[in-house]
Design a protein around this ligand. Structure first.
Ligand code: C5P
Length: 406
């Protein structure tokens, strides 16, 4: 999974925990939120304290945990109002079937339920977690629908193996996925209703059965762009070369290996549905070795080393940019020197609207990056920052240009 550089701005999260086995994952969520630079105030139901100790959450959040209205943390004695007024987001993870029912009915029978009543305009996200039959029950579905109508965001549940041994829908999203969902609450929905296809990572061009040509691209910049576009409300398809990264949450990932496969996958996606934006962030191998004979090339004693013959790969970005009525195209250029001049020439050669130019050796594999954003009117410099922060800034720039195009 990706590292989390400290968030550009620290936010206050009120984290409610209700009583389900997934409560243990709320510990990890607290840790991730704190690591990302946010302040966390935990509020637990009585049942939640049967699963994890409040002291654990106090230690992880650095704050006493709010447990009931009769022993308030705030001097006002008004925890059920003050804790949610102080928050930039209100998250309940896990949200049990019982919690959903109480929230949907507007009960105030414990502190957490009362906080949900008092939430007002605070962005609120519930992460349901329960057995698959409980989640499928019409009463639970009714409550979930009611909560959505009341303006609450439901994140998940995911699907898979459950603590009870059954398999199906009802698993709480993973803490990392919830972190993405929470941070998305604060992002402007600049790409709402837009479809984005992007390429990321390296390609691997096989020579024989075991060897091949690739490069040092980690995929981190493309992953950050996929996340930033998803946060902005876009429907995102990530055509990804081989990397060590987990498929990003909320994004449809199409794994490929070679440049040819990447090209075919991109064109198939563009055929599939109207696409507003194409971002070529992949480090596509310019050449591929002509495939050697079947199997593995053998080293023969005293024999000459074999020399691969290289063939030119398709230029995916140039091909997409040349499509009639194609999407708005953004390319990346990893240069080794003469950044501005080389990148300006590349933008024109590829026929793309926008080109993001960075210095290859100073970006590959790192969690931060700096770049020049080049369009027909000139260049704008973005200083070194986390790839996620940079991706968010780039998405803002791109969304403004898309909006101007209509
Ligand atoms: O490798 P190059 O500097 O030409 O890459 C510039 C841009 O073109 C990048 O956005 C990259 O994703 C894209 N590209 C491509 N297909 C290639 C080579 C590069 O889409 N064969």
């Amino acid at each position: 999974m990706m590292n989390h550089p400290a968030a550009s701005s620290s936010r206050r999260v009120l984290l409610g925990i209700s009583g389900g086995i997934a409560a243990y994952k709320a510990c990890e969520l607290t840790r991730l939120l704190v690591k990302a630079g946010h302040q966390v105030q935990v509020a637990m139901t009585d049942a939640a304290t049967r699963f994890v100790g409040p002291l654990t959450l106090q230690a992880l959040s650095g704050r006493p945990v709010a447990l009931d209205s009769w022993h308030p943390l705030r001097a006002s004695g008004m925890d059920h109002i003050d804790l949610v007024r102080e928050a930039d987001a209100f998250v309940v993870a896990p949200a049990t079937a019982d919690l959903l029912a109480r929230a949907a009915c507007g009960l105030g029978d414990d502190l957490l339920a009362t906080l949900l009543l008092a939430r007002d305009a605070v962005p609120t996200l519930l992460a349901p977690a329960m057995n698959r039959a409980m989640w499928a029950h019409p009463a639970v579905q009714r409550n979930a629908e009611q909560l959505r109508r009341d303006g609450v965001r439901l994140a998940g549940p995911g699907s898979g193996e459950q603590a009870c041994g059954e398999v199906g829908d009802g698993r709480m999203l993973e803490p990392e996925q919830l972190l993405w969902e929470i941070e998305a609450l604060w992002r402007p929905r600049l790409l709402q209703g837009r479809r984005v296809v992007l390429t990321a990572g390296p390609t691997f061009e096989p020579w024989d059965a075991v060897r091949g040509l690739s490069n040092r691209s980690s995929g981190k910049m493309g992953w950050a762009l996929a996340r930033a576009a998803w946060e902005a409300g876009a429907q995102v398809v990530l055509v990804a070369g081989p990397t060590a990264l987990e498929p990003p949450h909320g994004v449809r990932t199409v794994p490929v290996e070679t440049a040819q496969q990447m090209r075919d996958a991109v064109l198939a996606e563009l055929e599939l549905a109207a696409t507003d934006l194409f971002i070529g962030a992949a480090a596509v191998a310019d050449w591929r070795p002509q495939p050697a004979a079947e199997g593995k090339l053998k080293k023969t004693a005293g024999g000459e080393p074999p020399v691969p013959r290289l063939l030119l790969n398709p230029d995916i970005l140039a091909e997409v940019a040349a499509l009639p009525h194609g999407p708005y195209c953004v390319g990346f250029a990893a240069e080794a020197e003469q950044l501005l001049a080389n990148a300006q020439a590349k933008r024109e050669r590829k026929g793309v609207e926008l080109l993001v130019a960075n210095l290859g050796p100073q970006t590959f594999g790192r969690d931060d990056n700096a770049c020049l954003l080049i369009d027909s009117t000139g260049a704008r410099e973005f200083p070194r920052m986390s790839k996620l922060e940079l991706a968010r800034r780039l998405i803002e720039e791109i969304a403004a240009r898309l909006a101007a195009r209509g």
